[in-house]
Design a protein around this ligand. Structure first.
Ligand SMILES: C[S@@+](CC[C@H](N)C(=O)[O-])C[C@H]1O[C@@H](n2cnc3c(N)ncnc32)[C@H](O)[C@@H]1O
Length: 231
């Protein structure tokens, strides 16, 4: 049995297992990246431990990780943002079939422009979206995090090599690696954010956000000093 099939068997009823299997297969066939079984398993475990009331995901794809998160936290409501109309439609179909559409709100559009209209607090954040904007997403999302929020970001060491072995253009690779370097630097500047990167796929960052008295979060703006610690 594959690690993904085993994962699905552990977390889902037979009915939902079939849906998860199909999502993983169809996503790959349609060229929509789907989180690895290991990354999805860790996401599931973190959500079970945190028991979030509200989750924000950027990058729905066809909904695989959103459904995993919904299964892990039956009381949670999710907001997930996705650029592609086709992916949004596929995700809606799967969420309906799994009986979870009442708890998962799919917002269709560009996360960079939609995020300012999203209201927190969120107990869990999952970034799995265009890598070149990870720094902006971190800056926009930190103010939306609840105390003790779990933060996960996929592909933080992505170098432009796609799962099928092909490479993005040299220019795009450079943009992505520059942005991910900046993202790593910013994560270390957020007061109260403890994070580490696990060697799962092209790097999975997991973190917990627990700012304490004496730490201050300044108004996000670009630049090296966006998150400052009170002296
Ligand atoms: C890696 S896939 C998400 C996979 C999904 N989390 C899963 O594992 O099931 C990334 C998704 O982000 C979407 N995306 C890329 N740029 C975006 C943007 N600016 N705003 C919203 N979605 C975006 C893509 O269309 C793609 O479906």
């Amino acid at each position: 049995m594959s690690s993904r099939a085993y994962f699905h068997q552990q977390i889902a009823t037979p009915h939902i297992r079939v849906i998860l299997d199909e999502m993983a297969i169809q996503g790959a066939a349609a060229g929509v990246p789907v989180a690895t079984a290991e990354a999805a398993g860790l996401l599931y475990a973190l959500a079970r431990l945190r028991a979030p009331a509200r989750i924000l995901e950027l990058g729905t794809g066809q909904g695989y990780t959103a459904l995993v998160l919904a299964l892990a936290s039956p009381a949670a409501r999710l907001i997930t943002i996705e650029l592609s109309d086709e992916n949004c439609r596929a995700a809606h179909t799967y969420f309906d079939a799994a009986g979870c559409s009442g708890r998962i709100e799919v917002i269709h559009g560009d996360a960079t422009s939609l995020l300012p209209d999203v209201s927190g607090p969120f107990d869990m954040l999952f970034l799995d979206v265009d890598k070149e904007h990870y720094p902006e997403y971190l800056v926009s999302c930190v103010p939306l995090l609840a105390q003790g929020a779990v933060v996960v970001a996929d592909d933080v060491f992505f170098d432009g090599c796609m799962p099928d072995g092909t490479w993005l253009s040299a220019e795009k690779c450079q943009m992505i690696t520059t942005a991910l370097d900046e993202f790593g630097r910013l994560t270390r500047q957020v007061p109260g954010l403890f994070s580490l990167v696990l060697p799962l796929g092209p790097g999975l960052m997991i973190g917990i956000y627990q700012p304490t008295e004496g730490m201050v979060r300044t108004t996000p703006r670009s630049g090296p000093e966006i998150f400052e610690r009170k002296s």
